[in-house]
Design a binder for this molecule. Structure first.
Ligand code: NDP
Length: 287
């Protein structure tokens, strides 16, 4: 009885808070979205465009970014621009923020979403890969945050960090990826504490996502991870809402994130067991 009651209370809190969101909150706002050439980032760009934001998007593939920018303009973006380059290079990460400063002299929301490609198999002992992924998935986030802080402090803006259930709980086959996502939680949750202590009016929203139906995720798990995937369009909107409402964390979607985390508090071994059971090992061997 306790678990359903807690789940009900949380669900009511969750849905009542989101009632406050209005798309006009983003109208005319200056927003950077990283990793926006595909997947959830691309969908966030389209939502922001419909809401009338100024958008600066990034990724490595210029042709895809050009298409996303054109679509954003069709959808009603106040303006839409892109910068292409790799977030493995910390200088590039800083350059993106500089570009926003040159274009707008202002920034309301920094959405950190990009993710470097990794493998889906047992940890292969490749320390170099862990280091590379830390650069892309973690250090570039830190670097962009540092570069953007003066503008965000001026606007009373928001930092939105896209993380994963794999950044809260141990998952097999994504060891380097998980490490980078746990690092984000450590850095940004600690920074949030300092912002409160220093009266820094910049919100930090950490987004804990379950499995989402993006092309890259579906290809990576390819029948091995058997849980259902949630839609990327809705996920993208929930992330934006969470950032606009200055929530400390966004859980999407609830049953694959918040509920398992509640189980973890009381029975971590049970949760680990349930996670391991979600993998089709026969399929993994075939691949
Ligand atoms: P995608 O693979 O669809 O998109 C990743 C984006 O990052 C692309 O725009 C890609 O563009 C860009 N990118 C990749 N490598 C680099 C690089 N080295 N430098 C700069 N940009 C790069 O990812 P999703 O939409 O699936 O995921 C988005 C976020 O959501 C990620 O942070 C992910 O960890 C998180 N998440 C996703 C889940 C899912 O199931 N989909 C589950 C949990 C969390 P390009 O290749 O052109 O550079």
């Amino acid at each position: 009885l306790l678990i359903p009651s807690v789940a009900l209370v949380l669900a009511v809190c969750f849905y009542s808070r989101k009632e406050d969101f209005k798309p006009e909150m983003l109208k005319g706002k200056y927003v950077i979205v990283t990793g926006a050439s595909t997947g959830i980032g691309e969908q966030m760009a389209y939502h922001l465009a419909r809401m009338g934001s100024h958008i600066l998007i990034t990724a490595r593939t210029e042709a895809k970014l050009q298409k996303v920018v054109s679509r954003c303009l069709e959808l009603g973006a106040a303006s839409a621009r892109y910068v292409n380059g790799s977030m493995e290079d910390i200088i590039f990460a800083q350059l993106v923020v500089k570009k926003a400063e040159e274009l707008w002299g202002n920034l309301d929301m920094l959405i950190l979403n990009h993710v470097g490609s990794s493998y889906f198999k047992f940890f292969d002992s490749d320390v170099g890969h862990v280091q590379k992924l830390l650069n892309i998935n973690f250090l570039s986030y830190v670097s962009m945050t540092v570069a953007a802080l003066p503008m965000l402090k001026k606007s009373g803006g928001s930092i939105v960090v896209v993380s994963s259930m794999a950044g809260k709980v141990g998952f097999p086959f994504t060891v380097p990826y998980s490490a980078t996502k746990f690092a984000l939680d450590g850095f940004f949750s600690s920074l949030r504490q300092e912002f409160v202590m220093q009266n820094t009016n910049v919100s930090i929203t950490l987004c804990i996502l379950g499995l989402i139906d993006t092309e890259s995720a579906m290809k990576a798990i390819s029948g091995v991870f058997t849980s259902p995937a949630a839609p990327k369009e809705e996920c993208a909107l929930e992330i934006i809402k969470g950032g606009a409402l200055r929530q400390r964390e966004v859980y999407y979607e609830y049953t694959s994130t918040k509920i398992p985390l509640l189980i973890r508090e009381w029975a971590p071994d049970l949760l680990d067991y349930l996670i391991r059971r979600s993998y089709n090992m026969e399929k993994l061997k075939e691949d």
